[in-house]
Design a protein around this ligand. Structure first.
Ligand SMILES: [Zn+2]
Length: 79
């Protein structure tokens, strides 16, 4: 079972999508997403944005200004 809070999960969503999490932590995030609509919605939004950015830059520039701009504005809303 997941011990993550919503706040922790939302923060980890970025790392999750960037494939930066341990398998164990990923499982915890998965577990939380499976039971929490709010975080699932956040995850879906982030994943959609990530896919758009990756597709538009052929996956070679995930630290583009565009991505950072969106990412930081979303992060500020979460804090
Ligand atoms: Zn949650």
């Amino acid at each position: 079972m997941s011990n993550l809070s919503c706040h922790e999960t939302k923060r980890k969503v970025y790392e999750y999508l960037g494939d930066e999490l341990d398998a164990k932590v990923k499982q915890e995030v998965d577990g939380h997403l499976a039971s929490c609509q709010l975080c699932k919605a956040e995850y879906d939004l982030e994943r959609t944005i990530s896919n758009l950015v990756i597709n538009s830059s052929s996956g070679s520039d995930r630290n583009s200004d565009f991505f950072n701009k969106i990412s930081s504005s979303l992060r500020s809303e979460l804090d």
